[in-house]
Design a binder for this molecule. Structure first.
Ligand code: HEC
Length: 154
């Protein structure tokens, strides 16, 4: 049957005729971006890190919801803004600083020390110049350093 009435069995969800708009319920969850930084995150980062920043064990993408813990480790602050996913996104220093500040105040909320100053574009510029060559090794060193401070970074 290509057109006309679609007969649904009694009790099944009625299938609306083609071309007729289905209105979502008033309490449907919003999937629209709530801020432009969230949009930047969705476009450039969520593909690997997930919409909620939980990462992926199989993909070996770390959980970023606790990323603020790096701020308590010597070298961790620069590390967060010099990983390949960040530097390769085509964002400028200001955008990276803003995006990282947004992450720390949203998806990773509560993981950074309350008195940590926000990232600046100048700081990202310096981190970019000194980005680690072996990222995995740099991360292992920081995770170990954190452990010695009694801080667990998964
Ligand atoms: C292609 C997949 C991919 C994309 C895209 C990506 N990342 Fe990542 N990200 C990773 C992986 C894998 C790591 C672990 C370190 C490494 O090997 O690069 C990581 C590490 C990080 C870290 C350090 C946290 C930690 O626990 O190691 C931060 C912060 C981060 N990413 C932020 C971002 C942001 C912000 C974006 C978007 C601008 C982004 N990433 C895009 C895969 C990605």
């Amino acid at each position: 049957m290509l057109s006309g009435t679609v007969l649904a069995p009694a009790g099944a969800l009625a299938v609306p005729p083609l071309g007729q708009q289905v209105m979502p319920p008033q309490d449907a969850p919003s999937t629209a971006p709530t801020s432009s930084l969230r949009s930047v995150y969705i476009v450039h980062c969520a593909g690997c890190h997930g919409r909620d920043a939980a990462g992926s064990t199989t993909g070996r993408v770390p959980d970023m919801r606790r990323m603020g813990r790096f701020l308590q480790v010597d070298g961790g602050r620069a590390f967060l803004v010099s990983v390949p996913g960040v530097l390769g996104a085509g964002l400028d220093d200001r955008q990276i600083a803003d995006l990282t500040n947004w992450l720390l105040g949203s998806l990773a909320l509560g993981s950074a020390p309350a008195d940590a100053p926000p990232y600046t574009a100048a700081e990202v510029q310096v981190a970019r110049r000194n980005a680690p060559v072996d990222v995995a090794a740099a991360r292992r060193t920081l995770v170990q350093r954190a452990l010695e401070q009694g801080l667990v970074i998964e």
